[in-house]
Design a protein around this ligand. Structure first.
Ligand SMILES: C[S@@+](CC[C@H](N)C(=O)[O-])C[C@H]1O[C@@H](n2cnc3c(N)ncnc32)[C@H](O)[C@@H]1O
Length: 321
């Protein structure tokens, strides 16, 4: 059926929000020649086409889809406790072997740092962009009980995992805690609907900082706050060096664009800078120490070296609309 083939080709490498992907049961029945199914097939194809045309589709880098979708990075030794971030190690002693509990604490501490700067109030409607398995959103809901917290991630598998793993928390906080597939370039919320937006170690992957800045601005109410923490190149020269040191830069996963490009994307849409800090000293030394604990995390060495050479840093960016 060429038309079906074309539909699936179109979806390949794209994530479609709102359109059902396919129905394996009906297609295998159709193969066996079930006459009822065959009669309904033209209508099904028509409906499928309408759905595809009306759904929003976004290109997703195939390696990103593989990294966070097919493979669950949170299961890898570098990451623990369902978090996928380098961690904030400021209050964790690095002079001895790091325990798994301390590794998890470091990831939680990165979120806590962001929460602290969000000034969270009970009346807040909050969105996390690039929520991964959703641990951060759950921690926020448990501690602050805002009106709403919605975790958004471009990879549908991540959202399915978040919904499955946190089923009880979602029920307990209903309807305040939820997870939704969506992209940094197109957030699934109306204009001026949120009081806070944040992102933890995801913005380094965003394909367009200009689009993300525009979307964060659009969904935030006037006076709303945006807090972003992630790693970026320290300069254009740093970026060129990172392209050689970290293969995922040119592969389109960790884009690590120069920090000045990030800064100007937010400035251009009108964000007021509350603070802009490099916090790499409290990130990369701890990650490196952990890497030496779990010997198989070879890739993390490149991030450490890049930081030490001054090509890469970790940033905490606090902005207001
Ligand atoms: C390194 S993980 C961090 C996950 C989580 N914030 C944490 O700290 O555990 C990055 C996440 O961002 C998501 N992501 C990457 N690009 C995105 C985009 N353009 N829009 C929304 N999410 C994106 C990935 O699917 C992944 O789940």
């Amino acid at each position: 059926m060429p038309i079906l083939k074309n539909i699936s080709k179109y979806l390949d490498g794209h994530v479609t929000f709102g359109a059902p992907r396919h129905d394996g049961v009906s297609s295998s029945r159709a193969k066996r020649g079930d006459p009822g199914i065959l009669k309904a097939l033209p209508l099904a194809i028509f409906l499928c086409l309408i759905n595809v045309l009306h759904a929003q589709t976004y290109p997703v880098n195939k390696l990103l889809l593989e990294t966070y979708g097919v493979h669950d990075l949170a299961e890898k030794p570098a990451f623990q406790g369902g978090y996928i971030n380098f961690g904030y190690w400021k209050n964790i002693p690095l002079g001895k072997t790091i325990t798994t509990e301390e590794r998890i604490k470091a990831s939680q501490a990165l979120y806590e740092l962001v929460f602290e700067h969000l000034n969270i109030q009970k009346e807040d409607s909050i969105v996390e962009v690039g929520c991964g398995r959703g641990n951060g959103c759950v921690a926020l809901a448990e501690k602050y009980h805002p009106v709403s917290v919605t975790g958004v991630d471009i990879i549908p598998q991540q959202i399915n995992r978040a919904k499955r793993i946190h089923k009880k928390s979602i029920k307990r906080h209903a309807p305040s805690l939820s997870f939704q597939t969506g992209s940094s370039s197109s957030l699934p919320f109306p204009d001026n609907s949120q009081t806070k937006v944040f992102s933890v170690e995801a913005a380094q992957c965003f394909p367009s900082m200009k689009d993300f800045a525009g979307e964060a601005w659009r969904v935030l109410q006037p006076g709303g706050r945006l807090v972003v923490t992630a790693h970026f190149a320290t300069s254009e020269e740093g970026y060129q060096a990172l392209r050689k040191l970290i293969p995922t830069v040119d592969q389109g996963v960790d884009l690590l664009i120069p920090i000045e490009q990030v800064r100007s994307a937010f400035q251009k849409v009108g964000f007021k800078e509350v603070s802009f800090q490099a916090i790499g000293g409290d990130v990369f030394d701890g990650l490196q120490k952990w890497r030496l604990n779990v010997q198989d995390v070879k890739w993390a060495e490149n991030y450490f070296v890049s930081y030490k050479k001054g090509f890469l840093d970790y940033y905490l960016i606090i902005l207001e609309k």
